[in-house]
Ligand binder design. Structure first.
Ligand code: CTP
Length: 417
């Protein structure tokens, strides 16, 4: 059912920050529109995180003028002539309306100024290709040349043209993210094009970093396991890498494990994609590692994923409920949380993993080597060994409090020297 213009105007005007933004945009004198995901979300009555504004005119100049009017700051992003304007709690992404030209499949596009309709036509899916006027008579008026509103009502993700997935293969992952998040389905022809693009190796035409951005967004969604099912159905799992194992149950368990252990859900889910299928694990691990490296994750995150993928299975088998806390601590000390989260998902005894992550991981001695030296012990490896043994006893509940720690450590250090 279509909303009357007045209702849309009221809805847009009520968005956070619009009280300041609308008068400032009006003063710019260029037609401005709310575009992209914010329009989709306004129409479905959901809160949107980002405000994307398109201006029919010079985007960067408009962004500078807007920042000045709002008394805020502007950051220009050269590549696509987009800008972010910040003023107080308001953050707006602003761009001139433009067309995109793809010099080859998967390349980043070159952009040229164009009309609003062309700008909407270059976008990923009809539900993301609508605009709502923010200025003058057009305030609150919906522009929907691609039929996004009808797709929003019937629950369909539909591309705007047949080459969309080849131009920008990251849209394959975006499509599945929206399916799961919105509870929608790929429109029939769009699903066929997605399969075709996956089979044609479209994903290998884009950089690992661009794949990672969309893959991590997909895995971070609460409904990620559904997207993982769809990855397999459309052949996108093997298009990412032939050894990727799109097991939705393992991904669901990995995300749960991450919540329990303080790991990153998306990183643990990524590790789950790389850890499954025992029959390929040994032979394809090196290649999968190369693929993970190419995703360009920050070093510690990459190491945690690789470690989890390679080690969580063995960890799940090794951990025993009968172990003493100190044994557990010795094995798991320094382990990033993601391998623990994935081990949990792979069947490691829950009470053992949680004993470590919730209690043992943070156990420290109240004393240090300096206390032993101050008590007259000579500097030597015996100091470190004594502290280690004292920690072991503390972990196993054999001593308690600073004084007992100091007494024990001094005894041990003196015995050894
Ligand atoms: N877009 C696109 N193709 C992409 C990425 C983005 O056409 N590969 C367009 C879509 O119109 C999208 C808009 O740019 O709505 C903004 O992109 P982004 O912020 O990634 O999407 P949103 O829909 O705003 O945000 P989200 O998906 O997180 O709700």
């Amino acid at each position: 059912m279509a909303l009357p213009v007045t209702d849309l105007r009221a809805l847009v005007t009520a968005l956070p920050g619009m009280d300041a933004l609308l008068p400032a945009l009006a003063e710019l004198g260029e037609p401005s529109y709310l575009v992209g995901g914010a329009v989709r979300d306004v129409l479905r009555g959901a809160r949107s995180v980002d405000l994307d504004v398109a201006v029919e005119g010079d985007g960067p100049a408009a962004a500078r003028a807007l920042a000045e009017r709002l008394g805020g700051s502007v950051v220009l992003h050269d590549r696509f002539s987009t800008a972010t304007v910040r003023a107080g709690s308001l953050a707006v992404d602003l761009a001139g309306t433009r067309r995109e030209v793809y010099t080859r499949p998967g390349a980043l596009p070159t952009v040229e100024p164009a009309s609003l309709v062309e700008d909407l036509g270059r976008r990923d899916f009809t539900v993301n290709a609508m605009a709502i006027g923010l200025t003058g008579e057009a305030l609150g008026r919906l522009r929907d040349p691609g039929g996004g509103r009808a797709d929003l009502e019937t629950g369909l993700i539909r591309t705007l043209h047949p080459a969309s997935f080849l131009d920008d293969p990251t849209r394959l992952l975006r499509a599945l993210r929206y399916e799961s998040r919105l509870g929608f389905a790929l429109e029939r022809e769009t699903a066929r094009l997605a399969r075709e693009a996956a089979e044609a190796g479209a994903l290998s035409t884009v950089s690992g970093v661009r794949v990672r951005v969309e893959l991590m967004d997909l895995l971070a969604e609460p409904e990620a396991p559904r997207s993982v099912t769809r990855l397999a159905e459309l052949g996108l799992d093997h298009a990412l890498h032939p050894a990727v194992d799109a097991d939705p149950e393992l991904v669901a368990a990995a995300k749960l494990g991450a919540l329990e252990t303080g790991a990153s859900p998306a990183l643990t889910a990524l590790a789950a994609l790389c850890a499954g299928r025992p029959e390929v694990r040994a032979s394809a691990r090196d290649e999968l590692e190369v693929w993970v490296e190419a995703l360009g994750l920050p070093g510690p995150a990459r190491d945690a994923v690789l470690r989890a993928a390679a080690y969580a299975n063995a960890l799940a088998k090794a951990l025993r409920a009968s172990w003493r806390p100190s044994e557990l601590h010795e094995l798991l000390e320094g382990e990033p949380p993601e391998p623990l989260a994935l081990a949990l998902a792979l069947g490691a005894p829950e009470e053992v993993v949680l004993l470590y992550t919730r209690r043992l991981r943070s156990v420290r001695l109240e004393i240090s080597g300096a206390d032993l030296l101050a008590a007259g012990v000579a500097e030597s490896p015996a100091v470190g060994l004594a502290l280690r043994e004292t920690l072991r006893r503390k972990l196993d509940g054999e001593l308690c409090g600073r004084e007992e720690e100091l007494r024990t450590a001094l005894e041990l250090a003196r015995e050894a020297t």
